[in-house]
Write a new protein. Structure first.
Length: 103
């Protein structure tokens, strides 16, 4: 992960410098676990100053959210592949449909 800075316009009309995270891959996209982690971080973050017992509860909740998001992402991928396979079969591209089924 690489930190980058970005410029945004604040409510007062002045430019503000913010953080943007950049993550790269080579010859592939990001896996569902990466996206589930990114989404989970946007949904619930944990304060660095949280008391240990609060942090422990927050981490458990964050893990719960992660598992739900990951499950949803994997189901969406499976559903989309099913749609693509059926479309390819309906157009007579059975060989391509088989390739996608194997992914």
């Amino acid at each position: 992960m690489l930190n980058r800075r970005s410029l945004t316009v604040g409510e007062d009309g002045f430019l503000e410098l913010g953080n943007v995270m950049v993550a790269t891959t080579e010859n592939k996209g990001h896996d569902p676990e990466f996206w589930a982690e990114q989404i989970t971080k946007k949904i619930c973050s944990i304060s660095e100053n949280a008391a240990p017992h609060i942090r422990q509860q927050a981490e458990a909740f964050q893990n719960y959210i992660y598992q739900i998001v990951l499950h949803g992402i994997k189901n969406a991928i499976t559903s989309d592949r099913t749609t693509m396979v059926n479309l390819l079969i309906s157009q007579g591209h059975n060989d391509m449909a088989e390739i996608i089924k194997e992914l």
